[in-house]
Design a protein. Structure first.
Length: 288
């Protein structure tokens, strides 16, 4: 390692010399007597390069080491792999729906990681991602190709914001595959047909008890299926006729007023459940 005394004793060389301090920090001494601090590291392309950190004595030994450490942290960020960046992005997103998170995870693991997972984020180019999307398009999965492109772009956007790379190589690929034909799901809008559907659910004898209760409750509360399926016994207050949905990612708590038909169904569910956790996790047959 260099010291202030060692640096002062360095003589002007007949050709350029580099003296190692520590952790890839060098003091470069030229034929003219100039002393330049340089940090040796790999650039975005993976090639070794030297970064100037100032001249001595304007930049002291301690200052050069501090600059080296700061630059080293940035360089380490830029060695982050796509797999690590994707994992961090998923945590950052903070999905409140386990179903949605698992769906995104499966798409990343199945379509992106086999090709991009081991590559440093800053080294990935549009040409690395395009074949993935084009293969999905070729297989006829147009909507999936669009969604995978969006996921990839979000991961790179997160990487840019955390200094893992300088640009989002997936953004120019937006619209690179054919647009899927939009087909709206048919809805029951006729009163008689809706009544027949409810009657069919009530009379069904081959449904799992928990499924039947969820289907019977859903038309009354207009909640997402996950909120109904994963409702805890403690979430339901039959005395106050209220069903509390825990805070979502926006920090909002939802309180659902309960009507008598829903209360009757929930009482049945609580009676058939173990009463410990999920109130709609029941066994046996549901008939009434």
């Amino acid at each position: 390692m260099l010291t202030k005394t060692k640096i002062q004793r360095l003589k002007t060389p007949t050709k350029l010399e580099r003296h190692l301090d520590s952790d890839s920090l060098y003091l470069e001494v030229t034929k003219t007597g100039s002393k330049i601090w340089r940090y040796r590291h790999k650039n975005y392309a993976g090639s070794w390069t030297m970064k100037a950190l100032g001249t001595y004595p304007n930049t002291t030994l301690d200052q050069a080491r501090t600059l080296r450490d700061e630059l080293s942290s940035v360089v380490q960020y830029k060695s982050v792999t796509f797999e690590l960046a994707a994992s961090q992005w998923l945590d950052y997103k903070g999905y409140t729906s386990s179903k949605n998170k698992q769906l995104i995870e499966r798409r990343i693991e199945r379509y992106l990681l086999p090709t991009l997972g081991h590559i440093t984020v800053s080294h990935i180019k549009p040409r690395d991602t395009l074949p993935i999307l084009k293969q999905l398009e070729s297989d006829g999965y147009l909507e999936l190709a669009k969604r995978v492109q969006n996921i990839t772009s979000q991961i790179f956007k997160y990487s840019v914001q955390n200094l893992y790379c300088e640009a989002n190589p997936a953004q120019p690929l937006q619209g690179c595959t054919k647009q899927p034909r939009v087909r709206h799901m048919p809805g029951i809008i006729e009163q008689g047909a809706f009544a027949r559907m409810l009657s069919t659910i009530d009379q069904a004898s081959n449904l799992m008890p928990s499924v039947k209760l969820c289907l019977q409750i859903a038309p009354h509360v207009f909640l997402r299926s996950e909120s109904i399926r994963l409702a805890h016994c403690d979430d339901v207050d039959l005395d106050r006729k209220l069903w509390t949905i825990p805070k979502d990612k926006m920090g909002r708590e939802h309180v659902i007023p309960l009507t008598e038909p829903v209360i009757a169904l929930l009482k049945l569910a609580l009676k058939l459940s173990d009463g410990v956790r999920y109130c709609l996790m029941v066994s046996g047959r549901v008939s009434h």
